[in-house]
Design a protein around this ligand. Sequence first.
Ligand code: FES
Length: 107
Amino acid sequence: MPIVTIEGIGPVEAELGRKLVNVIEGAGVDILHRCGGRPACTTCMVKVKAGDVSPMEAAEEEALEEPELIETCRLSCQIRVASDLTVEVIHTVTNSGKDGAGPTVTE
Ligand code: FES
């Protein structure tokens, strides 16, 4: 199984092909996913520090919108884990003050 290392948390095993946002949440991180993975909200964004992820598709690029975000961030609801990764989570319930993470992102 691939290993996803979450900065500030540590390494966790990830089921091959599982959505990254669900791997992160399953590791106990209160990552936001306010739109449930449509993708529209961008609150699930992460920085991929190491490892390979699938190329960004049009819907993800449209949601991120700003060139600097497209360059540096990915939407974790749009990534299926295929190999070892190291990621930094940006928005959490705790650091945002939101009242909840959002609807479950379906696999
Ligand atoms: S863009 Fe909203 S959960 Fe990923």
